[in-house]
Design a protein around this ligand. Structure first.
Ligand code: MG
Length: 270
């Protein structure tokens, strides 16, 4: 019915437009979710207006309007404090290092940290750095990770001159998806990750009805292209699919003095 109404409205609009320039254009009163481009159905349009839409109107976002983050982003960490974070194991105050250069560094063997707020689908910006002083090799060199919904890890690793299994290298969805490229900056420099995450969906019985997806851009290079999340990302074992709602953003303490640092973390709920 709504579709028919919209179509009729479009025809009426075009008819009125020809009659009088004084009359106001009819107002569309439908919500953005139900605006259907009915004009694409049926006969080939003959007027340009038939394929031009004015709703939904996108919100205005200042890309640097929130201390350098988009105006509608939640700034999770700007270097001043850990107010929006907690230790993952017991929700206590964060004990990781807060540095003078407005970054944080993993404090070895203290455990992961996570946001107090829980999120569903998000766009995430986060910057990370491996320590300039190289120690150890493979998975034990500058290993950390970013867990969406607290469950699905985008790997952080110092992979420069340091090979490991490719589905666990930097930019991988850990043990699930090999990155499309290795796009790291030199060890000790700051990397950026821009991540688009859509959470999986579950029915009331706890069964997964839709897989989650992740897109990762590493230093401006696409490394994960809307890949399907198969489940959790354990070190040992296959992915599991426990039902969940919104979850925290979690950062990993790999427990081997990897000394990875983070800064400029902001998130936009989608
Ligand atoms: Mg890791």
């Amino acid at each position: 019915m709504t579709r028919f109404y919209l179509f009729s409205l479009g025809v009426l609009f075009l008819a009125c437009k020809g009659e009088s320039q004084d009359k106001e254009a009819p107002q569309q009163t439908t919500s953005p979710e139900v605006v259907v481009h009915e004009e694409y159905i049926g006969e080939e349009p003959t007027e340009p207006e038939q394929t031009e839409f004015y709703e939904p109107v996108p919100p205005v976002v200042n890309p640097i309007g929130n201390n350098g983050a988009p105006s509608d982003a939640i700034v999770l960490f700007d270097g001043s404090d850990f107010d929006l974070w907690e230790m993952s194991n017991d929700s206590s105050e964060v004990v990781w290092h807060l540095n003078d250069d407005r970054s944080m560094t993993v404090k070895d063997k203290t455990g992961d940290i996570q946001t107090k707020q829980k999120f569903g689908d998000v766009q995430l910006h986060i910057e990370w750095r491996s320590p300039a002083e190289v120690q150890r090799e493979g998975q034990n060199r500058g290993n950390s990770g970013i867990f969406l919904s607290g469950l699905y890890e985008v790997q952080v690793l110092d992979n420069n001159d340091n090979d490991t299994y490719v589905n666990g290298q930097v930019g991988s969805i850990y043990k699930q998806h090999v990155p499309l490229a290795k796009a790291s900056v030199p060890t000790g420099d700051w990397n950026t990750y821009d991540i688009i995450y859509h959470a999986p969906e579950f029915n009331s019985e706890g069964g997964k009805i839709k897989s989650g997806t992740i897109t990762v851009i590493h230093n401006g290079v696409l490394v994960q292209d809307h890949v399907e999340i198969k489940g959790t990302t354990p070190y040992i074992g296959w992915p599991k699919n426990p039902p969940h709602g919104k979850g925290p953003l979690k950062l990993q303490d790999h427990g081997d003095n990897s000394r990875v640092s983070y800064r400029n973390i902001w998130i936009r709920e989608l």
